[in-house]
Design a protein around this ligand. Sequence first.
Ligand code: COA
Length: 115
Amino acid sequence: MFLELHNIWRDGFLVCEYFGPTVGFVVGTLSGIRTARILVIAVLEPYRCKGIGTALMSEFTNACGMKGISSIELEVRKSNKGAARFYTKHGYQVIDVLPRFYKDGEDGLKMWRNL
Ligand SMILES: CC(C)(COP(=O)(O)OP(=O)(O)OC[C@H]1O[C@@H](n2cnc3c(N)ncnc32)[C@H](O)[C@@H]1OP(=O)(O)O)[C@@H](O)C(=O)NCCC(=O)NCCS
């Protein structure tokens, strides 16, 4: 699945290496004519809250700008307050609640930002 996503839009698939090993990544895809969707962004636990997520997010946003994308959407678990705070800090706002969006029955939050 990751290889397929990489093939579809390689600029929307970014990794962060820290002196060799990969410590974080973001995977986005094109979900509309001028819309991108972040499927996953994650940083290895010991490397969190050091600006790596922000660096990934800003490179991803630049890649979207280069592609002529005008909005970015994503989903996050309702319980994932840390990630929701991270996204809010990067200009995303909650536009919808997605009941039972996840396989375990948890609701999701749909978040969105304009570029
Ligand atoms: C969300 C995530 C990618 C952020 O990456 P990061 O490298 O830690 O982010 P940065 O250091 O650039 O930014 C940190 C900011 O994000 C927010 N944040 C990130 N994780 C947080 C947490 N667990 N609790 C509260 N705020 C958090 C804070 O606002 C923080 O800003 P502050 O330091 O001024 O308080 C990372 O925490 C992560 O991998 N989480 C687990 C995976 C996940 O939930 N991914 C999102 C859903 S797919």
